[in-house]
Design a protein around this ligand. Sequence first.
Ligand code: SF4
Length: 119
Amino acid sequence: MNGKPRFVMCICTGQCPGFTSLNLWELINYVRGELDVEYAIVHPQLCVDDGDRFIKDYVKPDIKYVIGACDPKMQRKMMKDAFAEAGGNFDEQVVSLDLRNMSTEQAMAKVKETIESIK
Ligand code: SF4
């Protein structure tokens, strides 16, 4: 893999009850400012058509993506085809984190642990 991991937060339109205890901007500023990532971004809904189009534009081979969103199996099911169409490989490039029903502090700790485990 090339370079530092990229952190992508999918916030499920901002309306999902699973993310109500998460302060999105506190989390994203923590990740981009304090952790060893290339950068951190937010997408509103990766698993619908414009999310597919974004993945196809955005994903490059040989880069690791840490995706904070819903259940890892759901993420895989909904994103692997778009990764493949971008020339990537979801299974090799993505670490999926389920950050639903977590406090901001819990989500920060989970992302920190994950980023630090990628070397
Ligand atoms: S990928 Fe998961 S977290 Fe993101 S919008 Fe779809 S269901 Fe919600």
